[in-house]
Design a protein around this ligand. Structure first.
Ligand code: PBG
Length: 346
């Protein structure tokens, strides 16, 4: 063995002898300062996208029963919340609205009403804080009497792909017209990214981005979100459009197609049970990757913390760091505000 070698052991007469050259890996873990110096993943508030649930009315903040500490707010209180988020260094919000029951049908037409709650929310938030990046959910479920992301073929009980893409294109254009920075389609219909990009270009919305939910799985972890928006499917499930959680390669296929069709950012959803998918996708795309740490993932941590079974603050930072380490450049999370405050404290 030469002296330059880092070989940790050598064979002497057929037996392994450990040499004095063994690495002392714990040197890099000796103190907090050293650990910070060599940390490979560092969270910052600009990594976060904050999902916001918006309601009609004034001075309304309703706690979501299955999402302790998370609220659905009227627009006035949403604006106040967004100002606070901005002051904490958070740069972006993702809007969801709770549509009034009487506006729901099977066409989803309220989704592109220029005076709809979403369109008013985009305008008011951009007015109050022009710098903040406003992203908007594009899918029909809040507007569908059936709670599905697309238009239902009532006779067959199936979701019509191309009619849905046409409806979602109108929805996307109306968000762009209201001033959205990014539209975020969460519907998983085929061909929608190409259709939206073409429509945006055709209508001169050349500065509007698309953050595509590219690999969105049919997941039980969305339960609390559906409580928040009263949008649970009225029949069946979403397995004919959202992905089977048994699949990995399919996520790469979906994501590469979305990039080819014009997605600026791709998203994996959920996050913590899908860290392998985040990494697989990160390894093959050159656009930013985001991950959605969804409502059920929030609810689990909250429920355990409430019982004193987990240290909430530590679990928040560990979870978000793991999602970023897996390959997410951006994380949509209900813990964004808590995490931003914790990061400020250091
Ligand atoms: C609907 C939509 C869902 C979520 C975001 N957009 C629910 C669903 O697909 O049923 C889930 C978000 C969460 O659980 O936090 N298009």
């Amino acid at each position: 063995m030469t002296t330059q070698s880092f070989c940790k052991y050598e064979f002497i007469k057929g037996e392994i002898k450990y040499s004095r050259m063994q690495r002392r890996n714990r040197i890099l873990r000796k103190s907090e300062a050293i650990r910070n110096m060599v940390a490979e993943t560092i969270l910052t508030p600009s990594d976060f996208i904050v999902p916001l649930f918006i309601d009609e009315g004034e001075h309304i903040a309703t706690e979501i029963p299955s999402m302790k500490g998370y609220y659905r707010r009227s627009l006035d209180l949403t604006i106040a919340e967004v100002k606070e988020l901005w002051s904490l260094g958070i740069q972006s919000v993702l809007l969801f609205v709770k549509a009034a029951d009487e506006t729901k049908d099977n066409t989803g037409k309220e989704a592109w009403n220029p005076d709809g709650l979403m369109q008013r929310a985009i305008k008011e938030i951009k007015n109050a804080l022009p710098e903040i990046v406003v992203m908007t959910d594009v899918a029909l479920d809040p507007y569908s009497i059936y709670g599905h992301d697309g238009i239902v073929d009532i006779k067959k009980g199936t979701i019509l792909n191309d009619a849905t893409v046409d409806a979602l294109t109108k929805m996307s254009l109306s968000h762009a017209a209201a001033g959205a920075d990014f539209i975020a389609p969460s519907d998983m219909m085929d061909g929608r990214i190409g259709a939206f990009r073409k429509a945006l270009e055709g209508n001169n919305f050349t500065e509007v981005g698309i953050m595509s939910y590219s690999a969105k799985y049919a997941s039980c972890f969305y339960g609390p979100f559906r409580d928040a928006l009263d949008s649970a499917p009225g029949f069946g499930d979403k397995k004919t459009y959202q992905m089977n959680y048994a699949n990995r390669i399919e996520a790469i296929n979906e994501t590469l197609q979305d990039v080819e069709q014009g997605a600026d950012i791709v998203m994996i959803k959920p996050a913590m049970a899908y860290l392998d998918i985040i990494r697989d996708v990160k390894n093959v795309v050159t656009v930013p990757v985001s991950a959605y740490h969804v409502s059920g993932e929030y609810a689990m941590i909250k429920a355990a913390a409430e019982r004193g079974w987990l240290d909430e603050n530590k679990v928040i930072i560990e979870s978000l760091t793991s999602i970023k380490r897996a390959g997410a450049d951006l994380i949509a999370t209900y813990f964004a505000k808590d995490a931003a405050k914790l990061l400020q404290k250091g």
